[in-house]
Design a protein around this ligand. Structure first.
Ligand SMILES: Cc1cc2nc3c(=O)[nH]c(=O)nc-3n(C[C@H](O)[C@H](O)[C@H](O)COP(=O)(O)O)c2cc1C
Length: 160
């Protein structure tokens, strides 16, 4: 049976998600990647996950990192999200950053920030599933989330 991968991707895109940037410490400077695969896993212990394509040129850095920081993006972060989703665009230069206790910087004005230690890396077909243990977190009281749906950015509209 043939499987239409492109149609499959389009069908998956009907599931609306938030958008996050994952940052890791790297030599000579920290790097980031835009993801929408971020999700919660467990409250106790506090675990989250995200998925990373094995072809990403950031693959080794993130899979081998002892930890990473996950910044949940707001609508004002759309250009940052676009930039960090371009192949080869990993640098955080020119972005407003916040120092974190564990190392990898967070994006300023994120809706929430999760500082994670590497808990596990699982095989997930053409992606790796990175499970992080949340050691510290913070959240903003208000703010509009950046949303990704059918391959486009959007925002939540108020419930009627
Ligand atoms: C909204 C959005 C969400 C994305 N989510 C993921 C993701 O969860 N995992 C992933 O590996 N790539 C994801 N990507 C693609 C990466 O951001 C990036 O484009 C890709 O890794 C190619 O660049 P690289 O080879 O330099 O890493 C996403 C892109 C966009 C625009």
């Amino acid at each position: 049976m043939s499987f239409d991968t492109k149609a499959f991707r389009h069908a998956l895109g009907c599931f609306p998600t938030g958008v996050a940037v994952v940052t890791a410490t790297a030599d000579p400077e920290p790097m980031g990647i835009t993801v929408n695969s971020f999700t919660s896993v467990s409250l106790d212990p506090p675990l989250v996950l995200w998925c990373l394509h094995k072809n990403s040129d950031r693959y080794r850095t993130f899979v081998e990192a002892p930890g990473y920081t996950i910044s949940v993006l707001g609508t004002e972060h759309e250009s940052v999200s676009s930039r960090l989703s371009k192949p080869g665009e990993h640098r955080l230069q020119g972005m407003e950053l916040l120092a974190t206790d564990l190392g990898p910087p967070a994006l300023a004005d994120s809706l929430a920030v999760f500082e994670c230690a590497r808990e596990a890396v699982h095989d997930g077909g053409d992606h790796a599933i990175l499970v992080g243990r949340v050691l510290r977190f913070a959240r903003r009281e208000a703010g509009a989330p950046l949303v990704f749906y059918r391959g486009r950015y959007g925002a939540l509209s108020a419930a009627g």
